[in-house]
Design a protein around this ligand. Structure first.
Ligand code: PMP
Length: 417
């Protein structure tokens, strides 16, 4: 009997890579760094590949290439819109990534809006905001809601809460809905940084209680350089164009100030857009929307439980968290290594065991500093930086890869390692 392997839209491309180890053996590469960049899935690769014969300018020509490209670009916008549950009055703007999407929103805020952030955010959601109100990251989800309430009460004027859906450091899912309800009770708006949430959980604007959502294609199995800001159109339509140039301008006069800017997504998408990026992202959004996300979630939670159980038997590593073990989380685990340098262990995992992870502070310095218990509170650029070792996974990750990581960590952190 012959086995027929079914190709599916969510197959990971490159899951058969092997690496040669110094001891002369060859092992399958275990990619456990999805949180940085996820591998490409077939839906994204096929969408890009299929478009290549038709590839042409978007919104700019009458030929069949241009017409097809325009149609596919706008279809991708609709697919992404469906994926995040856009509502009437919402817009979907293609950006380069989450960082770009959050910077776009930050530049589009009307005068007088105060942005509220917790200091455990990824820098992409910490740094773009002008003079934000930064709240210390609390120890419980309830304390987060209470801290937000207090902040909102003390503010006189409109506000925006910028909150992560899932932490790129601990994998913990933030209590977005409860925070959004609180924010809305005070008339504030909410943007959710869904860079780490979207690859693992549905990100529906209404269900999250979000006014805006930002995400990155390369973390969502579509590594072709596109991201998205989706949500309410009014502030974005009233803002200065994020990028000035062709496509964003409807009519340009001879005087420098004589420009009529486009409304809608075009206002912020000047220049030739990243067609392949958008189309690949749209294809993955459609594939994920059609997938059994409950089953994907269960598989991932099984892997998480397996990893955490295994790590419990490795005394030299300590999983870190903000809210504690019981907080729901996505497939991301960061470890403190009190007696070893995480960067050295990560390098040896790659070289000696064929396992790819990441070490460092993951662009969330205030949070990683706190989680590693560092007393360093001075300015930037001084002294040694603390770090963690992070393993993260998603579509294509197997129990065997998790077991290999646990075993390799056990060896590398034991005295003989
Ligand atoms: N937010 C979070 C939670 C992230 O994990 C990242 C990427 N590590 C970003 C924002 C920024 O994403 P990008 O680099 O794709 O802009």
């Amino acid at each position: 009997m012959s086995l027929t392997l079914q190709r599916t839209a969510l197959d990971v491309i490159g899951d058969d890579l092997t690496v040669d180890l110094p001891d002369g053996t060859t092992v399958p590469f275990a990619h456990l760094d999805y949180a940085a960049t996820a591998p490409c899935v077939r839906a994204a690769a096929d969408a890009a590949q299929n478009l290549l014969p038709w590839y042409g300018s978007v919104h700019r020509g009458t030929g069949i290439r241009s017409q097809t490209s325009t149609l596919e670009y706008e279809r991708a916008r609709d697919l992404v819109g469906d994926f995040v549950g856009t509502r009437p009055g919402d817009t979907v703007i293609f950006t380069r990534n989450t960082t770009d999407a959050l910077n776009l929103l930050a530049r589009s805020l009307p005068e007088g809006i105060t942005t509220i952030v917790f200091d455990g955010e990824h820098h992409a959601n910490l740094l773009p905001w002008r003079r934000p109100l930064r709240l210390p990251t609390p120890a419980t989800p309830e304390a987060a809601v209470a801290a937000l309430r207090q902040a909102l009460r003390s503010l006189h004027g409109p506000a925006l809460l910028a909150i992560t859906g899932a932490s790129n450091v601990t994998g913990e899912i933030w209590p977005v809905r409860a925070l959004a309800d609180e924010a809305h009770a005070y008339g504030a708006r909410v943007v959710v940084d869904a860079a780490q949430l979207a690859p693992h959980c549905p990100v529906d604007l209404d269900d999250l209680g979000a006014d805006y959502v930002a995400l990155s294609g390369h973390k969502l199995y579509a590594p072709f350089g596109a991201g998205v800001l989706a949500g309410r159109a009014d502030w974005l339509d009233a803002a200065e164009p994020y990028l000035s140039g062709g496509g964003a301008s409807v009519e340009v006069g001879t005087a420098a100030e004589d420009v009529r800017w486009a409304q809608g997504a075009a206002r912020h998408e000047a220049g030739t857009p990243n067609l392949l990026g958008a189309v690949a992202l749209g294809a993955v959004c459609a594939a994920l929307k059609g997938a059994d996300r409950g089953a994907l979630h269960s598989h991932e939670q099984d892997l998480l439980a397996r990893l955490r159980e295994g790590l419990a038997g490795v005394p030299a590593v300590v999983p870190v968290s903000v809210f504690g073990d019981r907080q729901p989380r996505v497939g991301i685990v960061s470890l403190a290594l009190p007696t070893q340098d995480p960067a050295v262990i990560a390098e040896r995992l790659g070289r000696e065991h064929g396992i790819g992870v990441r070490a460092g502070q993951f662009c969330a310095h205030p949070l990683t500093r706190r989680l590693t218990g560092s007393a360093r509170t001075g300015g930037c650029g001084t002294g040694a930086v603390p770090g963690l070792l992070r393993a993260s996974f998603g579509l294509g990750t197997t129990g065997n890869e998790v077991d290999r990581l646990v075993e390799a960590l056990r060896r590398l952190t034991s005295r003989a390692g």
